[in-house]
Design a protein around this ligand. Structure first.
Ligand code: NAI
Length: 324
């Protein structure tokens, strides 16, 4: 039998964790024939809740689930990990300045990056979900000098999926008709969902919608969807975030021709090298590749630059704070 793949999930007792773990255990993260071993990392106060979730996982009798470990010790949690989903983070509280938020998250993602560096398997792949995701991924990466830099990624797949769904609804086509969608930049309100490269029915999407809708409805609806969910549900996106994490890792491992993911920049499209920024990406042989050769019009350039500027500011701030 195949050796199980060890998947470590942080923030396992949180609401995304609850939506995520069952899908991993059912085989949706890696493939329906890949056995998995789950490792749940929580803060001490939440270990008991994670144990409760583990009891429910047991009660599903998932054929592919070969074991569950629960700990508040990062070194143990990442020991031999092949996939790490970093979900637990410090949320922004009312009145919190950016510096405080980055400082608090640096205290989580720095040590977790080091624990990954020291303990994870050679093929470790990391997806950061916890916000501010791009910069948290950068912090973790900078504490893991022995892990290839490109193994650290952040999630913009939820934004990508939101963009697919909004465009498909507007054009009244199934989501499967929408191709080549791209989210550029930061997973934040400055992100740029790009319809100038997206296609529906083989034709450029931006040419099938009016400019006012694209600028004043589509872009803000996608970028502010998280806030709209909180407003409606009284809690932030959880099942859709978990779904996007599943999509990201599945495509990373199994390959895709085109999606969006925040990965370390190699300088493509004028994004400063090293920033973990969202790009149009393909995945081949288990590696993300930035899709090259796209022409960037002035409208897109301005918006990509604005989001990338925000990432540069976050990087400067974490440098200033000594977090990287
Ligand atoms: P939640 O508050 O329900 O759960 C977070 C969990 O993380 C809690 O159980 C907490 O105990 C745990 N945690 C905190 N610090 C930890 C540490 N140092 N080690 C291990 N566990 C720790 O939050 P929820 O709704 O599950 O969201 C998690 C994160 O995902 C938030 O930062 C949220 O902003 C982010 N998010 C990101 C999205 C994206 O598209 N990138 C979409 C939706 C949410």
């Amino acid at each position: 039998a195949q050796t199980p793949v060890k998947v470590t999930v942080t923030g396992a007792a949180g609401q995304i964790g609850y939506a995520l773990l069952f899908r991993i255990a059912s085989g949706q993260l890696l493939g329906a024939d890949v056995p998995v071993k789950l490792s749940l990392l929580e803060i001490p106060q939440a270990v008991k809740a994670a144990e409760g979730t583990a009891m429910e996982l047991d009660d599903c009798a998932f054929p592919l689930l070969s074991g569950i470990e629960i700990t508040d010790d990062a070194d143990k949690a990442f020991d031999g990990a092949n996939v790490a989903l970093l979900v637990g983070a410090m949320p922004r509280k009312a009145g919190m300045e950016r510096g405080d938020l980055l400082q608090a998250n640096g205290g989580i993602f720095g040590p977790q990056g080091k624990a990954i560096n020291d303990n994870a398997a050679g093929d470790i792949r990391v997806l950061v979900v916890g916000n501010p995701a791009n910069t948290n991924a950068l912090i973790a990466q900078q504490h893991a000098p022995d892990v290839p830099a490109e193994r650290f990624t952040a999630m913009t797949r939820l934004d990508h999926n939101r963009a697919l769904s909004q465009l498909a609804a507007k054009l009244q086509v199934p989501v499967t008709e929408v191709k080549k969608m791209t989210i550029w930049g930061n997973h934040s309100a400055t992100q740029y969902p790009d319809l100038f490269h997206a296609e529906v029915g083989g034709k450029v999407a931006a040419e099938q919608v009016d400019e006012t809708w694209l600028r004043d409805t589509f872009i803000p609806t996608v970028a502010k969807r998280g806030a709209a969910i909180i407003e409606a549900r009284g809690a932030s996106s959880a099942a859709s975030a978990a779904n996007a994490a599943i999509d990201h890792v599945f495509d990373w491992v199994n390959g895709t021709e085109w999606t969006s993911a925040a990965i370390p920049s190699d300088g493509s499209y004028g994004v400063p090298e090293g920033l973990i920024s969202s790009f149009p990406v393909a995945s081949r042989n288990g590696k993300w590749e930035i899709i090259q050769g796209l022409e960037i019009d002035a409208f897109s350039r301005e918006r990509i630059d604005a989001s990338v500027r925000e990432l540069e500011e976050e990087r400067a701030a974490v440098r200033e704070l000594g977090l990287i």
